[in-house]
Design a protein around this ligand. Structure first.
Ligand SMILES: Cc1cc2nc3c(=O)[nH]c(=O)nc-3n(C[C@H](O)[C@H](O)[C@H](O)COP(=O)(O)OP(=O)(O)OC[C@H]3O[C@@H](n4cnc5c(N)ncnc54)[C@H](O)[C@@H]3O)c2cc1C
Length: 229
């Protein structure tokens, strides 16, 4: 097979979920991953937290999609028997100054219909004796999921829907032509593949993949790496 309706670059949790959706709509999908298996990069180095969606810019897509995604995730992981724990999360004010910030977070949560329980210093100690804060908020909606199981389920769905997943296959270059989008993998210049749509969500490599899309002018955001602790 060399002609696809959709080609998804990368085999992390985002690409697998996109490929799952498209294949469930009977689209002819190819997902290509440069590593020898799925989820070897960001998607296997996270904390597996299902976020409530409390901190995003008001009415932003991030806020909207985080909340929609949380509802979808809890439902689908429950239906599929994927390991998860809706354990909740405590947001801690480590000093009296930060109590004001908690008030702001609580007000924002009310706007979004997310329940947060206020904890005073004493309640905080009862819930988590190791914590030494001035106060806190308990978010019931936050949880954790087994990301690997989640990705494995997405992968099974893509293959069940007759989507194509290939490992050890690196997207190299793409040429946007008048009537087709041609691309090559693993620098094999003689094996040209065709796709109607290319979806680039290749994690920390996305800007490099974007630079290899030829014959099309678009702005590639500057990459700024940040280390978080
Ligand atoms: C420390 C840390 C903690 C985090 N904690 C959380 C959390 O608790 N909850 C949460 O929701 N999010 C969390 N995140 C964010 C989350 O991990 C990412 O948003 C998510 O994994 C991104 O998935 P992705 O599929 O876009 O990227 P990746 O998982 O990085 O997938 C991109 C894939 O593209 C492949 N690729 C790259 N270039 C090419 C190419 N040319 N050809 C073929 N394949 C290519 C890569 O090999 C990779 O497998 C955390 C992130 C970090 C770093």
């Amino acid at each position: 097979m060399t002609h696809f309706e959709f080609t998804v670059v990368g085999g992390g949790v985002i690409e697998l979920s996109i490929a799952k959706f498209l294949s469930s709509e009977n689209k002819k999908v190819l997902l290509l991953e440069k590593n020898n298996s799925f989820g070897q990069e960001n998607s296997s180095r996270n904390s597996g937290v299902i976020h409530a969606g409390l901190y995003y810019v008001k009415n932003s897509l991030k806020e909207k999609l985080c909340i929609q995604g949380r509802h979808y995730l809890y439902k689908s992981i429950k239906d599929r028997g994927i390991k998860y724990d809706k354990c909740g999360k405590i947001i801690v004010a480590s000093s009296l100054d930060e109590i004001q910030k908690l008030k702001f977070i609580k007000k924002n949560a009310e706007r979004l219909g997310i329940e947060l329980v206020e904890l005073d210093k004493k309640n905080l100690k009862v819930m988590e004796p190791e914590l030494n804060g001035s106060g806190g908020l308990f978010s019931r909606e936050t949880g954790i999921v087994d990301v690997h199981q989640l990705m494995a389920n997405f992968l099974i769905d893509v293959e069940t829907n007759v989507g194509t997943i290939v490992f050890n296959t690196e997207f190299s270059e793409e040429f946007i032509n008048q009537n087709s989008i041609d691309f090559i993998v693993n620098n094999q210049k003689n094996d040209v593949l065709k796709t109607q749509v290319l979806i680039n969500c290749s994690g920390l490599n996305s800007h490099r993949v974007a630079k290899n899309i030829k014959n099309f002018q678009f702005k590639i955001p500057k990459i700024r790496y940040v280390k978080g602790n």
